[in-house]
Design a protein around this ligand. Structure first.
Ligand code: SF4
Length: 703
């Protein structure tokens, strides 16, 4: 692959290619890594294959429009994306604190993209070249295409279609809609007339008529309504989720004051041949050489990984992937995947390890709905919960074939599965579990039970605890049979809507009883467009309208997180507070069912004691230094106050004190010298100052 060259990121690189102008400028909030896992690189290569001249503007300085002029005005359009993640999730933690690093930037440097990057990038494009065509896309634009709750400002925000002033917003996977748009632009069509492309949203000006409400056009509650009334927000979310299937979705219209946003139905899933063609494009699979030796953390993770499919029909309510990639799984062919791995493979001496053979979920390759008629009318958010649908083809045969083929490729050492395994789906085909555990687990396997409480699991759209337990037992049995020491790494979420402190205590007890220890507990972050975000904001389950308890206070979320990591001694005091608050003091003790002992663990006490000792030592030292300084000062003062020593002792000004003000009498003073000659000392003033009219203050002449 080294023979391939990256796309130009500067004017010089553009000229080197013999281009005097550019057709499309891709603006992205991520560093430019020419790898199919980076959306901007993928789409840019798709457009390049269409014969277009494409330039990349990666992480430009958004404080001025200068960077947008790098290639000159594009003949067709600016394509703008905040990057692979929503810029707010990229910048802030669940506690709204600034993150320490950005996995998509060189050396993990934070601050190379603005907050709400899509808005700034679109605006700068307009400033640089007024009248140019701007097409926004990517996860951020996609998930903010209608009114949405923004956790970081705690407000319902308008559609990004209006705020960004982009001509079109492409949502979901962008290849098909973007290709159609640029083909039509190239043929001379005005962007204002391109309004019928699937997978796009556009603005309806106040001078234009609203489309009529029909069977195929639904009017959502207006922005003003969802802003004022939480039940309307929940209603809007339900309607949107019912219209995510490209086979039966309606066009959605939402009014915003005098304007409106129109969201066309999603684009159809790509066929296997089309996916193969895209993944076979000439990616260098490396960061652009301009980054030199800088590391891009996200690239380190995916460097030797291969994506085998897109889409997920799990329908977890805390994940917006279904809203972005869709629930219909699109798989690559075995040949295409093997071909890609052969390019990655090393030499017979230094064989390559494939770090991940997966997708959004590890085990959905070539599975999905097998009933085309049912598919056309189905509006379910998940094909797996509450029970697997009868129309679901859960046969893992193709995936097993692929796994076997890949691990026998020449110069491939090991092939691991690092993507999360959907356990309820895996249990439907135990052959897969055998294959996985015997050949593709690198010591640890990621699974995501997320919680153990049945009510919370239902709100999450996750399988039951019994299901997870069955998977754990099977995993243990097969690992023992294969004589392998392997562990499950369970992922859990704290502070999820519906989860009370008491429920979390019960979850911790269950985890302890089942011997599940988790070091991967994530606090729930309400990202835009998720079902769970709607629950968080409205306190209602959008799917059935039932009220949901929401743990909003940071302290409660922290206590829940500590409870889920019940065996971490550092969490002792938090867990104790949580148990007392939820009336479960009986779980504090030394019994086998107790969560924590009555006294802090020795390691914690020792840690605390050593910390206290260290602080005491520091205090003691500071005190001694202070006393020493005071003593020195007193001594200096005594010496300096003696008129006989004044000439001999030089008093250094103390850094902490302002410079000493000189006061009379001074050596140059006549009266003082006269008294000194007489051997008289200056009278020491006693008692209160004399009363009477004060003399006017006079500046003393120097010298
Ligand atoms: S019919 Fe069943 S398998 Fe098919 S899409 Fe709907 S839920 Fe999924």
């Amino acid at each position: 692959m080294s023979k391939f060259v990256p796309l130009p990121i500067s004017r010089n690189e553009m000229l080197e290619r013999g281009w005097d102008e550019i057709d499309i400028v891709f603006v992205t909030g991520d560093a430019y890594v020419d790898h199919p896992s980076f959306a901007a690189a993928l789409l840019a290569r798709v457009l390049e294959a269409e014969g277009l001249r494409v330039g990349i503007l990666a992480q430009p300085d958004w404080r001025s429009a200068e960077a947008w002029k790098t290639f000159g005005p594009p003949t067709l359009a600016f394509c703008v994306s905040a990057g692979n993640m929503d810029s707010m999730i990229n910048h802030y933690t669940a506690n709204r604190k600034v993150r320490n690093d950005d996995a998509y930037s060189p050396d993990g440097k934070i601050g190379l993209r603005p907050d709400r990057a899509t808005l700034s990038y679109c605006q700068r494009a307009r400033e640089a070249y007024p009248g140019c065509v701007v097409i926004a896309g990517g996860v951020e634009a996609s998930l903010r295409r209608i009114s949405h709750y923004d956790y970081w400002s705690d407000k319902v925000k308008r559609s990004i279609v209006l705020d960004s002033k982009a001509d079109l917003v492409v949502y979901g996977m962008g290849e098909t809609p973007l290709l159609e748009i640029v083909r039509r632009l190239k043929s001379g069509e005005s962007v204002e007339t391109i309004r019928d492309v699937r997978g796009t949203a556009y603005r309806l000006k106040k001078s234009e008529d609203l489309p009529e409400e029909t069977e195929t056009t639904i009017h959502l509650p207006s922005h003003e309504e969802v802003e004022e009334d939480k039940s309307q927000f929940a209603r809007m979310t339900r309607i949107v989720y019912e219209n995510l299937s490209p086979f039966n979705a309606a066009t959605l219209v939402q009014e915003h004051s005098e304007e409106a946003v129109v969201v066309n139905p999603p684009s159809f899933p790509l066929a296997t041949e089309e996916l193969d063609r895209i993944y076979g494009l000439p990616f260098t699979r490396k960061p652009h050489p301009c980054y030199g030796k800088s590391r891009i953390p996200a690239f380190d993770v995916i460097r030797n990984s291969v994506q085998i499919h897109r889409g997920c029909y799990g329908g977890c309510s805390f994940c917006s992937l279904t809203a972005h990639q869709g629930k219909f799984v699109q798989s690559r062919s075995k040949e295409s995947i093997c071909n890609e791995i052969s390019h990655l493979a090393g030499t017979p001496v230094q064989k390559t390890i494939i770090s991940d053979l997966g997708g959004p979920t590890a085990n959905m390759y070539q599975t999905g709905c097998k009933n085309d008629d049912a598919k056309k009318t189905c509006k379910k958010t998940s094909c797996l919960v509450p029970i697997p649908c009868e129309n679901l083809n859960a046969d893992h045969g193709e995936l097993i074939d692929l796994m076997q083929a890949v691990r026998t490729l020449p110069n491939v050492d090991r092939v691991f599965i690092a993507s999360g395994v959907r356990t309820d789906l895996a249990l439907l085909d135990s052959r897969y579990i055998n294959e996985l555990i015997e050949h593709h687990v690198g010591g640890h396997l990621k699974t995501a039970p997320e919680h153990t409480d049945p009510y919370v699991l239902k709100l999450m759209n996750k399988p039951t605890l019994e299901n997870y337990d069955a998977f754990c037992r099977l995993f243990e049995r097969i690992s023992d049979g294969a004589e392998k020491e392997q562990y499950l790494v369970p992922y859990l979420i704290a502070g999820f809507p519906g989860s009370t402190l008491k429920m979390t205590v019960e979850t911790a007890v269950t985890l302890k009883r089942l011997g599940i220890r988790s070091e991967q507990v994530q606090e729930f972050i309400p990202g835009p467009f998720e079902l769970a975000t709607c629950m968080y904001y409205t306190g209602l389950n959008p799917l059935d309208g039932q009220p949901v308890y929401v743990p909003r206070r940071l302290r409660e979320r922290r206590l829940q997180k500590s409870l889920l990591m019940y065996d971490n001694p550092a969490n002792y005091h938090d867990i104790k507070s949580a148990l007392i608050e939820s009336g479960c003091e009986d779980l504090i003790g030394t019994g086998p069912d107790c969560l924590i002992p009555p006294y802090p663990p020795k390691s914690l006490t020792l840690k605390q004691t050593s910390r206290i000792k260290r602080l005491q030592k520091q205090n003691e030292k500071a005190k001694q230094e202070k006393n020493q300084r005071r003593e020195n000062f007193e001594q200096e003062r005594r010496v300096s106050n003696s008129p006989f020593n004044r000439r001999q002792v030089r008093v250094e000004p103390d850094e902490r004190r302002p410079p000493r003000r000189e006061h009379s009498p001074r050596l140059g003073d006549d009266s003082y010298n006269k008294n000194r000659e007489k051997g008289e000392r200056r009278p020491f003033r006693k008692g209160p100052p004399k009363k009477g009219p004060r003399k006017p203050w006079k500046r003393r002449e120097d010298g």
